[in-house]
Write a protein that binds this ligand. Structure first.
Ligand SMILES: [Fe+2]
Length: 268
């Protein structure tokens, strides 16, 4: 199974750039499934129903989120009726929406997509370790699903790395989101889980993690500034993974960076 995941979409120009390239990406990487983290798509804060629909209608299979999922109030009713816009699964019981979903393919293969949120330096939620451990008691890789993909939304590199190693071999993929900075540690862990601590954002890197530099710097000096998205030339950051359909283990992972400020990983 060929999986393409794109990191946090930050703002209008990132939305436009990614939407314009979806068909190209699907052809280039011959994707079976395309997953996008969309939690900063609406002006850097959350996602609206219109934006979610734009991505799903343009060929994205599943949208993931994180701590900003509730920033746009109209998303509450939308997410309650959506199978393909996820919120972190370890948010408190009673939170609207789903934290996981599955896609079935014509050949009978099934993939489970889980969105979860880490605990260190993040809003208070259930333990991500215990929540996912409990879920995986009843979900077996290679038996119930041909692939299991996890978007782990979190701040601390240590926590994300510990989590991935904790469930190494029980899921196909753990990819970190939230920091908006891609890490250079994409690899396959010893028991077959593909991992990258953070995939990075789809946004303008001539910024402070996607926000206007001047306001972001001012916030560290006086704390009196209002952050706005740094629109401009976009680097699309993502990761491509190949999973063995029989075992559910990953056999290939490749980070992707295209356009904008960061050095490209692609020839074209
Ligand atoms: Fe976040």
């Amino acid at each position: 199974m060929r999986i393409l995941f794109l990191g946090d979409i930050v703002g209008r120009d990132a939305r436009k750039t990614v939407l314009s390239k979806i068909e190209y990406f699907k052809r280039k990487f011959k994707t079976d499934i395309l997953i996008v983290n969309i939690e900063n798509a609406a002006g850097g804060r959350g996602v609206t129903p219109k934006i979610a629909d734009q991505f799903l209608n343009s060929g994205v299979d599943v949208l993931t989120t994180g701590n900003h999922v509730w920033d746009q109030r109209e998303i509450f009713s939308y997410i309650s009726n959506s199978k393909y816009l996820l919120r972190p699964i370890n948010m408190p019981d009673g939170s609207p929406g789903l934290g996981k979903t599955e896609i079935k393919f014509a050949n009978g293969n099934k993939v489970l997509i889980i969105n979860c949120i880490a605990n260190l330096f993040m809003p208070d939620n259930e333990s991500v370790f215990k929540s996912i451990e409990k879920l995986l008691l009843n979900v077996k890789l290679g038996e119930d699903y041909n692939a299991i993909f996890i978007d782990l939304h979190g701040e601390a590199t240590s926590e994300k790395t510990a989590f991935a190693n904790y469930i190494d071999g029980k899921v196909s993929v753990v990819i970190g989101t939230h920091t908006h900075v891609p890490t250079a540690d994409a690899r396959i862990l010893p028991n077959g889980t593909a991992y990258q601590t953070d995939v990075g954002m789809c946004g303008n890197y001539d910024s402070v993690i996607g926000m206007d530099k001047k306001a972001a710097i001012e916030r560290f000096l006086s704390k009196k500034s209002y952050l706005t998205v740094a629109e401009g030339e976009i680097t699309i950051c993502g990761v491509f993974i190949e999973v063995d359909d029989f075992t559910g283990k990953s056999n290939y992972i490749k980070p992707i960076r295209i356009g904008g400020t960061l050095k490209s990983t692609e020839d074209n």
